[in-house]
Design a protein around this ligand. Structure first.
Ligand code: R5P
Length: 285
């Protein structure tokens, strides 16, 4: 039985379709004092419960922990937790004294209510080591090739920083043709990002910029800006996790993009393709 938190309804139902398993109904409510309430409405005794719960917002963590506990209480034979987008995963070390390792704190809490974890494209694979139950990373980047138009002109799959190069290669491989390059990025602070373009000739070429996350949109908008005045063809922006915090959407529009494609690990207006087939493949392994 697939059970989704309020934040992950689209991916949860798509995963149920991909696996050919039923999707249960869970009620979510908020008490007058702001606390969350969760109730599984189906009988799941003796069944494997696959809980799909992304955590882009703080209350999503609470829903996930409550749903895990409800599944145990309801007699599930095992609990598998899918984390489509893992919040706090980028705080994966102590950057200065007095800080927590937030990713570890979240992983520890989530581990208590589950037998196995799958995390979709964590910022760093090593985040999986923070869980005290078996945890596997799912690579859903290949799904980003699905909504891209056919017949891109001499396509260049571009990573806005070196760290996203493998993702760009994955999308290129899934699309079937094109070359890969990456820019260099320095983040001075918050949304203050400096991008240095590579040497690849982009004149007349369609460029697909690929990243794992769009958060403030600074990385993407700076990368697109660096393509200006270089005779680039169409510019497509793709990411696995469309966090789209603050004014990210309007920053990208101002930078000039032809289309934005993202998966349903976070449900946003730019969500155009489901990560469910990639999750289903890993779940069955
Ligand atoms: C960082 O290395 C990530 O891969 C993304 O590039 C980053 O999280 C995007 O953040 P923002 O949209 O705020 O620039």
């Amino acid at each position: 039985m697939i059970l989704s938190t309020a934040a992950s309804q689209a991916l949860g139902t798509a995963l149920a379709d991909a696996l050919g398993e039923p999707h249960g109904v869970v009620a979510y409510e908020q008490f007058p004092d702001g606390e969350r309430f969760v109730q599984i409405e189906d009988d799941i005794a003796g069944e494997r419960a696959v809980i799909v719960g992304g955590t882009p917002a703080c209350e999503d963590h609470i829903d996930l922990l409550l749903l895990q506990d409800a599944a145990r209480e309801a007699g599930a034979s095992s609990v598998v937790t899918i984390i489509p987008y893992m919040g706090y995963a980028r705080q994966d070390k102590q950057f200065s004294a007095g800080e927590p390792v937030s990713a570890r704190a979240m992983a520890k809490a989530i581990s208590t209510g589950t037998d196995r974890v799958l995390v979709v494209n964590p910022h760093e694979q090593s985040v999986c080591d923070f869980f005290s139950v078996p945890a596997t990373a799912v690579d859903a980047a290949g799904r980003l090739a699905v909504p891209l138009p056919d017949g891109l002109e001499s396509p260049l799959f571009l990573a806005p920083d070196a760290g996203a190069t493998e993702l760009a290669e994955t999308v290129r491989d899934a699309y079937g043709t094109g070359t890969v390059d990456h820019f260099e990025k320095v983040r001075h602070a918050g949304d203050d990002v400096e991008i240095t373009p590579g040497e690849t000739d982009v004149s007349g070429r369609d460029v697909v910029v690929v990243d794992d996350i769009i958060a403030t949109g600074s990385t993407m908008s700076q990368a697109i800006g660096a393509l200006d005045d270089r005779g680039v063809g169409r510019v497509f922006v793709t990411c696995v996790h469309p966090l789209f915090a603050r004014n990210a959407r309007s920053k990208l529009a101002a930078a000039g993009v032809d289309a934005i494609y993202a998966t349903d690990t976070i449900e946003r207006s730019v969500t155009t393709v489901s990560a469910a087939p990639a999750v289903a493949d890993t779940l069955d392994q």
